[in-house]
Design a protein around this ligand. Structure first.
Ligand SMILES: NC(=O)c1ccc[n+]([C@@H]2O[C@H](COP(=O)([O-])OP(=O)(O)OC[C@H]3O[C@@H](n4cnc5c(N)ncnc54)[C@H](OP(=O)(O)O)[C@@H]3O)[C@@H](O)[C@H]2O)c1
Length: 323
């Protein structure tokens, strides 16, 4: 089967399209014929091996798992003998490893049936970004109807989900993005939009919750926008040093939070079975829809990664693996 690998950590030039043996599912896994695989900043970190601290898990000098990719959608090709939730031919989506390939394996609890109204490309843009946004809003900020929520980085992969989910939970949503994404986030349902190129964040403590996905504003600035008792969810950002990335900032914030009237919480958005099922239910029962900006062929993975690095993407990028 065809797959996108990198034998070492590095920049785009380490990506190779190659031929590998088809994987064999364990007894609690299914084999998926991959239709589409989502791209996100996690893949960029796995490609470059930065921040270095992550190599403790992914391989110190070279990647343990050569095939990239986490988000997936596809059709079940075969099932292990202990699998009960899926059968051959089911259309599924979720998050596993090695999804930039024509076939991959996943445990059954890492998958859900694909909502019928989503295309395979849309479904592949769902698990990582959708579950991250869901955990941030539902579990960490505990957003209630009528609350005021601010999403910083609203035009990106997680942000485009967060704007829609916060609206789905009945909140007023202020989306913060650059000028080129203003119309895009408005179309996602944002109640108001701040073009951060021309306008600063308000300092009147109006937001019950802020989800910061850009990670480059001082905490003192963000706290001026938060209502008393409000929650700042520190979701991401590509700044920080090469050893720990943005983790130092978020840990400092979490510690500082003990002494403050605001909750400052570091977001850990791992894809777990319950939020994945909850996300699938929301998508099935509402108009919340993953925003796919562009799709690329598997052979074009380096072009897709280059597009991700450009920061011009509205919503998500997806690799189309099979028709
Ligand atoms: N904690 C977790 O579990 C978790 C899970 C998933 C992702 N993440 C992290 O969350 C971050 C966002 O992920 P993503 O997939 O949404 O990335 P993305 O698709 O690249 O989106 C990031 C967005 O931030 C915007 N942005 C950049 N600078 C900004 C600024 N100063 N103010 C406001 N917006 C700004 C960018 O566009 P514009 O500048 O054009 O508006 C872009 O739309 C990444 O750092 C990722 O690693 C964390």
């Amino acid at each position: 089967m065809k797959a996108v690998i990198r034998a070492q950590y590095g920049n785009l030039e380490v990506l190779q399209v190659t031929t590998l043996e088809r994987p064999v599912p364990k007894k609690n896994e299914v084999l998926i014929r991959v239709k589409a695989a989502g791209l996100d900043y996690g893949q960029w970190h796995l490609m470059t091996g930065t921040p270095y601290a992550m190599r403790l898990a992914t391989g110190l000098t070279k990647p343990k798992q050569r095939v990239l990719g986490t988000d997936v959608s596809g059709v079940v090709e075969s099932v292990g003998r202990e699998v009960t939730r899926f059968k051959v031919g089911d259309a599924v989506f979720g998050a596993t490893s090695a999804t930039f390939a024509e076939f991959t394996c996943a445990r059954e609890d890492q998958l859900c049936l694909k909502p019928e109204r989503l295309s395979f490309e849309q479904a592949a843009a769902s698990a990582i970004s959708g579950v991250t946004a869901l955990i941030a809003l539902r579990d960490v900020a505990k957003v209630k109807p009528g609350q005021s929520v601010c999403v910083i980085g609203a035009g990106g992969g997680v942000g485009s989900w967060a704007v829609q989910l916060a609206r789905h939970f009945g909140a007023d949503v202020t989306a913060v993005c650059s000028t080129s994404k203003v119309e895009f986030v408005r179309a996602l349902g944002a109640t108001s939009v701040i073009d951060y190129i021309n306008t600063s964040l308000p300092t009147d403590g109006r937001f019950d919750a802020i989800l910061d996905l850009a990670g480059n504003r001082p905490l003192t600035v963000l706290r001026k926008s938060l209502a008393p008792g409000g929650t700042l969810v520190l979701g991401g950002g590509e700044g920080g040093d090469r050893v720990f990335g943005g983790v130092g900032r978020t840990l400092r914030a979490a510690l500082w939070s003990i002494f403050l009237e605001h909750r400052l919480v570091m977001l850990v958005g791992f894809v777990k079975p319950e939020p994945l099922r909850a996300l699938a239910d929301i998508v099935e029962q509402s108009s919340v829809t993953p925003a796919v900006d562009r799709t690329f062929l598997l052979d074009e993975a380096a072009d897709a990664m280059r597009a991700l690095e450009s920061s011009q993407v509205r919503g998500k990028l997806v690799l189309r693996v099979a028709a």
